[in-house]
Design a protein around this ligand. Structure first.
Ligand code: R5P
Length: 262
C-alpha cells in the first residue's frame, strides 16, 4: 500500500488497537438540521477529543470545526438528494478530490444504494471516486445506505452491498449491524464499521450494539445519533471507546458511563 494511503488509514483505524471510533455528523446533507445537530460545532466540540475521526460535509467542516483542533476528517463527498425528494438513492459526487486534499481529508465517504432505483448511478459514482482518490492516496469509505427502507438491514442484503463496495475498490465500509452480522463481515475483504442508526431507547442498548459489532468482526463504529442525541453524550462516547479500543464488556462500559454521566 502506498505510504499516503497507509498513513491516512492509520489515522482512522488506530494501529494500537486495530479499532476505530468515529463520530458521524453528516446527517444534514439530506436531512437538514436534525435534532441536537442544529449547531453542529457546539454539539460536537466537547466530543472531538474522544473521536478518532469526524464524518461530515465540507460545509459543516469549514463553518463549524476549528482547523486547529480537529480529529481526522472523513469527508462526505456524495449528496444531491433530500428526505423530501424524488428518491433518496439519487445521489452523486458533490465535492471534488481537490477539495478533499485542500481540507486534508483522511478519507472520502460516498453512499451506495444497492437494489434501489439509482443503484447504477451510485455504484459508478463510487468506482469513479475510488479511481480519482487512489491517485492522491486517499481511502474511500463506502456507506451501504438503505434510504427509507430500514427493514432492508438484514445480513443477506448488507453482505451483498458490502461485497460490491469492496469489489469496486472501497478501502473501508460503513454498514449496519444486523442478525448474523458475521455473514456481512465474512463477505468483505476490507474493514467494516457500523452506523448507530436511530437513537436507541437506552445508552446500554447503544453500548450493546457497539459490543456485538466489534465482537463479531467490525473494526469499530461510526456513530452519530446514539452519541450526540444522548443527554450524556460525553459519557457515552467514552463508554463506547472503552468497548471498542479496550475490549471492555457492556457492564464495564456501563459502569464507566454511570461514573461519568451528569
Ligand atoms: C448515512 O448515510 C450517514 O452517514 C449517516 O449520517 C450516518 O449513518 C449516521 O450515523 P448514525 O446512524 O449513527 O446516526
Amino acid at each position: 500500500m502506498d505510504w499516503g494511503m497507509e498513513n491516512r488509514i492509520a489515522k482512522l483505524i488506530k494501529p494500537e488497537s486495530g479499532r476505530a471510533v468515529w463520530l458521524a455528523i453528516d446527517h444534514g446533507y439530506f436531512l437538514g438540521a436534525v435534532s441536537k445537530l442544529e449547531k453542529p460545532g457546539e454539539t460536537v466540540k466537547p466530543l472531538l477529543a474522544f473521536a478518532d475521526a469526524i464524518m461530515l460535509t465540507r460545509g459543516v467542516l469549514r463553518n463549524c470545526i476549528d482547523a486547529k483542533n480537529s480529529p481526522a476528517v472523513i469527508l462526505r463527498v456524495s449528496g444531491g438528494n433530500s428526505i423530501i425528494g424524488e428518491d433518496l438513492s439519487k445521489e452523486a459526487i458533490t465535492t471534488s478530490i481537490k477539495e478533499a486534499v485542500r481540507l486534508n481529508a483522511a478519507a472520502c465517504a460516498f453512499s451506495i444504494y444497492v437494489g434501489a432505483k439509482y443503484e447504477h448511478q451510485t455504484l459508478l459514482g463510487l468506482a469513479n471516486l475510488i479511481n480519482e482518490a487512489q491517485e492522491y492516496g486517499i481511502p474511500v469509505l463506502a456507506v451501504t445506505a438503505v434510504g427509507k427502507e430500514l427493514a432492508k438491514r438484514d445480513a443477506r442484503y448488507l453482505s451483498l452491498s458490502c461485497r460490491i463496495a469492496a469489489e469496486l475498490g472501497a478501502q473501508l465500509i460503513k454498514t449496519y449491524y444486523c442478525e448474523n452480522f458475521e455473514k456481512v463481515v465474512n463477505s468483505s475483504p476490507v474493514p467494516l464499521v457500523i452506523a448507530g442508526g436511530p437513537k436507541l431507547r437506552t445508552e446500554r442498548d447503544a453500548l450493546q450494539l457497539a459490543y456485538d459489532a466489534v465482537q463479531q468482526g467490525a473494526v469499530g463504529v461510526d456513530m452519530g445519533r446514539n452519541i450526540w442525541q444522548s443527554d450524556n453524550s460525553l459519557a457515552i462516547i467514552q463508554a463506547v471507546r472503552h468497548i471498542v479500543h479496550e475490549n471492555a464488556s457492556v457492564s464495564q462500559a456501563q459502569e464507566l458511563f454511570d461514573s461519568l454521566k451528569n
